[in-house]
Design a protein around this ligand. Structure first.
Ligand code: ZN
Ligand code: ZN
Length: 342
């Protein structure tokens, strides 16, 4: 089968053996990949981990083989969308809702990765993190289930509720999903980005306001003006740069929360001790979704409470390298790699 291999910052299309159910004792399913979204985390791995791997986890596919058929929820021919990690739900991490720290969560994955013509999906996945594609959504729309679920988890961890004002820094595809997730949890949301078109897009996607970033002082004063001179209750950092960290510290209210949703290079200046201490700030991280977040994401997309149409640009598997370049250079907001031919 055609497989996109990532190695040393390059993509090679190679012919690899298709996964075979007979290789797995407790079986599962073979899924023909229709398409797969390109995630920011794929790009981080592409740039910073040179070892050979198959990227891609935001998969939409069709079940072509399933064994044993005790997974009564699914049958051959079903169109599905999935999450790639499954927590055990009973270890200490899971009991404390740190599902993405669970050992099983880290060990479970689809094989070999979403940028291939076929993948193996385990029984654990079928039971917990695989969902049918609603008929009224197209493949590209439902491929947002996993990234939206990541945002839902972040919004839950930051305790967004009615009466809170959140500021989303960075209006890439994750920022645009994050703002809509805030709205789904009844919070108010302001978006901010350097790129004019993205600011306009946020305004069309139900953000209460969206502003273009000028510089730390000007823009943080504007945020203060918009929030009764307090600052935002919650800040979602979907963009990682030291400028963005300073901007977040300036724009958050005393006693407020900053939720980190991006990785930054290791040598970058971080959050300052005394801001956190004297201003009683909460700094939180949020990484990857639980099966419950995936289910809620699936529901919000199905009910069109979160609008994702037109956020993605389609590329073929052969164009994966180009899709990565275009995403890095901000030419593309979100890439969707269409793998099966119509
Ligand atoms: Zn993702
Ligand atoms: Zn666990």
């Amino acid at each position: 089968m055609k497989t996109a291999i990532a190695e040393n910052q390059k993509i090679f299309i190679q012919d690899r053996p298709q996964p075979n159910l007979e290789d797995y004792d407790n079986k599962g399913a073979i899924v023909k990949v229709l398409g797969c979204g390109l995630c920011g985390s794929d790009i981080v791995k592409f740039l910073h981990d040179g070892t050979e791997k198959v990227l891609g986890h935001e998969v939409v596919g069709e079940i072509v083989e399933i064994k044993p058929s005790v997974f009564s929820k699914f049958k051959v021919g079903d169109k599905i969308v999935l999450g790639h990690h499954v927590p055990c739900m009973k270890c200490d991490y899971c009991e404390n809702k740190n599902y993405s720290m669970c050992h099983q969560f880290k060990e479970t994955n689809i094989f070999p990765g979403g940028f291939a013509e076929y993948i193996y999906v385990s029984p654990k996945h079928l039971k917990n993190t695989v969902f049918k594609v609603p008929k009224h959504l197209d493949d590209m729309e439902i491929s947002f289930m996993e990234p939206l679920a990541c945002c839902i988890r972040a919004v839950e961890r930051a305790e967004v509720k009615k009466g809170t004002t959140s500021l989303v820094i960075g209006l890439g595809s994750i920022g645009l999903l994050m703002g809509q997730a805030v709205k789904a949890f009844k919070g108010d949301v302001i978006g901010c980005d350097l790129i004019e078109e993205r600011v306009a897009l946020a305004n069309n996607l139900n953000f209460d306001a969206s502003i273009k970033f000028e510089d730390n002082d000007t823009t943080s004063s504007l945020i203060k003006e918009m929030t009764c001179n307090l600052g935002a209750d919650i800040i979602f950092m979907t963009s990682g740069s030291d400028k963005a960290i300073e901007f977040a510290i300036k724009s958050v209210r005393d006693g407020g929360t900053i939720l980190i949703f991006s990785s930054v290079p290791n040598d970058m200046a971080g959050y300052t001790n005394n801001d956190i201490y004297y201003r009683e700030l909460k700094i939180l991280g949020s990484y990857s979704p639980s099966p419950m977040d995936l289910a809620l994401s699936h529901k919000l997309l199905s009910k069109k409470k979160v609008i994702v149409k037109y956020l993605s640009t389609a590329y073929s598997l052969e164009e994966l390298g180009e899709a990565i370049e275009d995403t890095i250079s901000n030419k593309t907001l979100k890439a969707y790699i269409k793998i099966a031919k119509d």
